[in-house]
Design a protein around this ligand. Structure first.
Ligand code: ADP
Ligand code: TRP
Length: 327
């Protein structure tokens, strides 16, 4: 049976990009035969967090988000990365076979430099920790958004470096991308990739005034409703389409393309988007509130998840230690 694993950083409230690019596929995958591991990458978050209370709250929020959206903790192991210290041990073993050049080529690292961030060593070695996350559980498939593919390829490389030095220890993982291009790269309110770090994100559980005001910030232009428009270039249409069935998508696309009297304006698209988000997330919002009001269930899930994850990671760590002569 294959092992399917993925992680998400607790760096802020999960947004529509995280949902359509990752979370929704994580939850859907648990229906497939296999063993499923999903974790909250709190060690990764520490490369940027300097706010202990905020980090703690975000970890709980990510766990509540997955459970509220329907992740069944019996079918999938949900855990905190830092509850599995074997992962940091494997990180060191991989660091010792990985060249600096590989890390220097990481797009996400280079992007952060380009945005003026002063990198710490943790940020530089982030892909090694991520490789250890994956290799520690003998993962076969790793569902992620497009921006993580290079990190996945690095994990494959690192498994290869270690295995060619010390014998077959690590299993080679494969990335798994959302099939729909639209889901693999969800645009943010400003039209760039949606990301917490760009401040252009839309929280999946936003509601009421907050939801309306965020949706109002989606970029539009001054063209009148009657003017025919190419729907594929409209951020609002891209976001709305994520929620619509193909028939309704085609209907909106056609009315936008045709233009003329009665064609929908940006206000119509915004109202439909708010309505669609309410319909999609209302039950989960309620469930999230309940989970956060009584943390007992959440803590039980994470504690049990950590035990199950550790017993896997321990076996892989032991294999790796003996292979390289540390046992
Ligand atoms: P952020 O960029 O907001 O910090 P993360 O890097 O924590 O998001 O991403 C968590 C998961 O969500 C990853 O698998 C990533 O590929 C996916 N993801 C993030 N942003 C998007 C997006 N705009 N479109 C599709 N998937 C995304
Ligand atoms: N780097 C990933 C992200 O920002 C999160 C992550 C950490 C991850 N470790 C992982 C994803 C292992 C998949 C597998 O989204």
């Amino acid at each position: 049976m294959p092992t399917i694993l993925s992680g998400i950083q607790p760096t802020g409230r999960p947004h529509l990009g995280n949902y359509f690019g990752a979370i929704r596929h994580h939850i859907a995958a648990t229906a497939e035969p296999g063993e499923h591991f999903y974790f909250i990458a709190d060690y990764h978050a520490l490369t940027s967090s300097r706010d202990p209370a905020g980090l703690r709250a975000n970890v709980v929020d990510v766990a509540a988000t997955y459970l509220a959206l329907g992740l069944d903790p019996e079918r999938a192991v949900l855990f905190r990365q830092s509850d599995v210290p074997e992962v940091t041990e494997i990180t060191w073993l991989l660091a010792c076979v990985t060249g600096m050049g590989l890390l220097e080529r990481a797009h996400s690292f280079k992007d952060k430099l380009a945005h003026g961030l002063k990198p710490n060593v943790g940020l530089f070695t982030y892909p090694i920790l991520m490789a250890a996350d994956i290799l520690a559980y003998d993962s076969d498939f790793v569902p992620v958004g497009r921006d993580q593919v290079q990190h996945l390829e690095m994990a494959q490389d690192m498994a290869g470096y270690f295995n060619s030095a010390f014998g077959e220890v690590f299993k080679r993982p494969e990335p798994r991308l959302p099939e729909s291009e639209r889901e693999a790269k969800v645009p943010g309110l400003d039209g760039q990739k949606m990301s917490k770090s760009y401040g252009n994100d839309l929280w999946i559980f936003a509601e009421g005034k907050e939801l309306k005001s965020r949706i109002n910030q989606v970029v539009t232009d001054s063209r009148a409703p009657e003017e025919p428009k190419d729907p594929s270039g409209l951020v609002l249409f891209e976001l709305l389409s994520l929620f619509l069935d193909p028939a309704e998508q085609a209907h909106w696309a056609e009315r936008l393309r045709r233009g003329g009297p009665g064609a929908p304006g940006y206000g119509h698209l915004k109202a439909r988007l708010a309505e669609a988000m309410d319909a999609a997330f209302q039950p989960a919002r309620q469930r999230r509130r309940e989970l956060l009001a009584d943390r007992g269930e959440l803590e039980r899930v994470l504690t049990r998840g950590a035990e199950r994850a550790r017993s896997r990671a321990r076996a892989v760590r032991d294999r790796a230690l003996s292979a390289c002569g540390l046992r």
